[in-house]
Ligand binder design. Structure first.
Ligand SMILES: Cc1cc2nc3c(=O)[nH]c(=O)nc-3n(C[C@H](O)[C@H](O)[C@H](O)COP(=O)(O)OP(=O)(O)OC[C@H]3O[C@@H](n4cnc5c(N)ncnc54)[C@H](O)[C@@H]3O)c2cc1C
Length: 389
């Protein structure tokens, strides 16, 4: 059984209610996800029924108001527990994190009453799966360069363009699309968030993209050709889409850091178990000084990461998490996750390269963490700028 904690640094973050919640998530994950995930990796997607099963358990829309079917709790620790328990079984294909941690605040904070009534109940029940589409084939880091446009047409818009690398892209019923609504203004002042729904004429999905890792996650291309988006599907303020993105990106980045630390803890626990049982030269490989030093170094870094991320979670809940702190958490923890996966794979020897050992999947799944949510180079730009550089 893997430990849910590293060292003694953790005990202050979670309370009894969170641990009760953890127990129910763990049961769900072990019963409904772990036995099937390998098949979903082959399918390159998770079934929609998993979403409704998660919705029934109250795992979706934890922070949405109860009147719309949400959990009515604004406490990111619950979402962190969910991410941790998914990471512990390597459930990297289940897009609940994107739905809960990334999309949910847009609906919670920007949707009108009428929009909430239309979208949030399905969001919480798992019948409405969501995605957010910023990245385009020609631009990712430089969001100012997006070319998807929405031209005014009566009380709505006509949307044209394409997006790529969109998480939940195949399953999504509701996609928040970042589009230029004022071509004469810079993107920061002429971009809006438009909600495109499954079935709208001119909205097509492209390939479910084949990837290095996150094999069970549907990551897709989306195409918009003269899609008529009604005025009531504008999310937030017209031409202020960038502002809305900036407000929400710190939570997305912290969510990545939380997943990274949970993955680090899991891989470390699995590796300690492996090096204790595998022998070479008549002794456990974990007893070589190199193995002990490598694992001691990684354990120390894992503890440091955990303490920092826990503090970021507290700050997020207090409304004081800065974009710079979130950027620090995102780059450092995802970088650590990659280092830990790589060094732990090495300690497994040839078995580490075999799919039957979870460390190989952990290594593949880790790779993207320094890329999406803003690359780690962009995180360092944000931090550097805050230092006046
Ligand atoms: C599995 C996966 C899921 C994703 N999910 C989503 C999603 O749901 N929604 C969504 O909108 N996007 C999603 N993305 C896209 C992701 O956010 C982008 O890939 C990422 O922002 C980088 O953009 P890019 O791929 O265009 O790389 P580019 O911007 O072309 O960057 C290429 C390289 O140049 C570097 N670079 C760029 N600008 C600078 C700079 N100013 N200084 C230093 N270096 C720089 C980058 O760090 C990178 O190393 C996903 C991507 C993947 C792989």
């Amino acid at each position: 059984m893997l430990s849910a904690t590293v060292g003694s640094m953790r005990s202050h973050l979670y309370e009894a209610d969170h641990e009760d919640f953890r127990a129910s998530v763990r049961t769900f994950v072990e019963k409904e996800i772990a036995p099937f995930h390998a098949q979903w990796e082959k399918d390159s997607i998770v079934p929609r029924e998993l979403w409704t099963a998660g919705g029934e358990q109250g795992f979706l829309g934890i922070d949405q108001d109860e009147q719309y079917g949400g959990g009515g709790v604004r406490d990111f620790r619950y979402q962190a527990v969910l991410a941790e328990e998914m990471a512990r079984v390597g459930a990297s294909g289940v897009g609940f994190g994107l739905h809960n941690d990334v999309v949910s605040p847009y609906l919670r904070d920007l949707a009108t009453e009428e929009q909430k009534q239309r979208w949030v109940p399905g969001f919480c029940s798992g019948e409405t799966i969501t995605a957010i589409a910023m990245t385009e084939p020609g631009t990712g880091s430089d969001l100012q360069g997006i070319t998807t446009t929405a031209r005014r047409d009566g009380d709505g818009w006509v949307l044209n363009g394409s997006k790529t690398f969109i998480t939940n892209g195949i399953n999504a019923d509701l996609v928040i699309v970042v589009a230029r609504t004022n071509p004469d203004a810079p993107a920061s002042k002429g971009t809006s968030l438009l909600v495109v729904e499954r079935g709208m004429a001119g909205f097509e999905r492209g390939r479910n993209l084949e990837k290095v890792g996150l094999k069970a996650q549907d990551t897709a291309e989306l195409f918009f050709t003269d899609v008529r988006v009604p005025g009531e599907n504008l999310l937030g303020t017209v031409d202020r889409g960038f502002l809305h993105l900036m407000e929400n990106l710190p939570q997305e980045r912290l969510s990545i850091a939380i997943g990274a630390v949970a993955a680090v803890e899991t891989v470390l626990a699995q590796t300690v178990e492996y090096v204790t049982s595998r022998t070479a030269f008549g002794r456990p490989v974990g007893s070589f000084q190199n193995s002990r030093f490598v694992l001691a170094e990684l354990q120390t870094e894992a503890t440091v990461a955990r303490v920092f991320v826990d503090e970021c979670i507290r700050q997020l809940d207090a409304g004081t998490l800065t974009a710079v702190d979130a950027a620090q958490a995102k780059w450092w923890c995802s970088d650590l996750q990659n280092r830990v996966a790589d060094r732990c794979l090495q300690l497994h020897g040839g078995y580490g390269y075999m799919d039957e050992y979870p460390v190989s999947k952990a290594w593949r799944d880790a790779r993207v963490q320094s890329i999406y949510g803003g690359t780690n180079e962009i995180m360092k730009e944000i931090i550097g700028r805050s230092m006046g550089l």
